[in-house]
Write a protein that binds this ligand. Structure first.
Ligand SMILES: Nc1ncnc2c1ncn2[C@@H]1O[C@H](COP(=O)(O)OP(=O)(O)OP(=O)(O)O)[C@@H](O)[C@H]1O
Ligand SMILES: [Mg+2]
Length: 331
């Protein structure tokens, strides 16, 4: 069989200096189970992009191709500050690719591995940004299906009030829907099962609330350093998502008020009907629990930062923890 010329058949860095679909590849940024992501130069527009090349067997899977085409179009149409802008998606020489905004930060996986659990303030700031991205996608009828720290990119924010700018990426690029056992038909491991909702496992229809569950697993990990369920093998993990009670948040974080346990328990409910309807409603409830106040799901929008406090509103106080969680790379 002729050796396939693809980024998956050689060593990392093989493609550096090569031009693929009009993008000159400069460096590898990372690789997951199904793709390699490069920093690349868009030669037409003279700008830096992140170029994701998907494993060739995915291009041969019709279900995946259809979803890739449809969902990359929908994702590209969503103009949202916390969703990575997609510039182009297509196919070249049998390889599906996606060109998107280059985010010069770190993904949340690396950040948590390095920094460990985050204090409540940055945890809530990051969670709120991810939640707004997910809710916006849901309003466009798009379910992410693979919410996990590796798909959350954390860049430097604009100022000390916004120390991080968070982006959600990888809509419709999950292989989980192709296999319930964690393996594809070609025997390649799908990736982590730490954030998969019970209805995804049992093959029931999924909607926005499956992302509420996956997102709640991520929030649990941001606050405790570990996802809610840790088991020795995949079958035990799948079982736990479907039938086991998640451990209370305060077991690992006794500094948080017990009301936060109830919020996480609801977001992680086995039945979608018992969860929050939106990710922002979950974050609002968590924020209220952490502050020890009742949840306000629709806080008033203040457009004039110098305006007097609204009736019943306390004047703004400095955040309890405002330091950036990200050590910005040199630019
Ligand atoms: N737009 C981007 N800008 C900068 N870096 C990116 C961008 N998109 C992805 N990356 C980096 O590339 C890495 C690999 O991404 P990829 O989506 O292939 O793998 P993953 O999400 O970690 O795992 P999986 O294969 O399960 O999706 C990411 O973890 C991230 O660090
Ligand atoms: Mg990814």
């Amino acid at each position: 069989m002729p050796r396939e010329s693809s980024p998956f058949s050689g060593t990392a860095g093989d493609l550096t200096g090569r031009t693929v679909a009009g993008y000159r590849i400069e460096a590898e940024l990372g690789r997951g189970g199904m793709a390699v992501v490069y920093r690349a130069r868009d030669l037409r527009l003279e700008r830096t992009v992140a170029l994701k090349l998907l494993a060739p067997e995915l291009a041969r899977n019709d279900t995946f191709r259809r979803r890739f085409t449809h969902e990359s179009r929908v994702a590209a149409a969503i103009d949202h500050p916390h969703i990575v802008p997609v510039f182009e998606a297509g196919e070249t020489d049998g390889v599906l690719y996606i060109a998107m905004r280059y985010v010069a930060g770190s993904d949340l996986r690396r950040l948590l591995d390095r920094a460990g659990p985050l204090p409540p303030a940055p945890a809530l700031r990051i969670a709120a940004q991810v939640a707004s991205a997910l809710d916006a996608a849901h309003e466009h009828g798009l379910v992410h299906r693979d919410v996990k720290p590796g798909n959350i990119l954390v860049d430097r924010g604009t100022d000390s009030d916004h120390p991080e700018h968070v982006y959600l990426t990888d809509f419709g690029l999950t292989k989980k829907s192709l296999s319930l056992t964690g393996f594809t038909t070609v025997g390649q491991f799908v990736g982590t099962l730490d954030y998969v909702a019970p209805e995804q496992i049992s093959g029931r229809p999924v909607d926005a609330r499956c992302d509420v569950y996956g997102f709640a697993c991520v929030v649990h990990e941001i606050l405790t350093g570990r996802p809610p369920f840790l088991r020795d093998d995949d079958m035990a993990l799948l079982w736990a998502h479907q039938y086991d009670e998640p451990p209370p948040l305060t077991e690992a974080r006794p500094d948080l008020p017990p009301q936060a346990d109830a919020v996480l328990a609801r977001a992680l409910a086995k039945s979608p009907d018992d969860r929050y309807d939106t990710c922002l409603a979950f974050v609002a409830a968590l924020r209220a629990a952490v502050r020890g106040a009742p949840a306000r799901t629709h806080p008033p929008t203040r457009v004039d930062p110098g305006a007097a406090p609204l009736a019943g509103e306390r004047p703004p106080s400095p955040p309890r923890w405002a330091a950036p969680v990200l050590t910005p790379p040199a630019r």
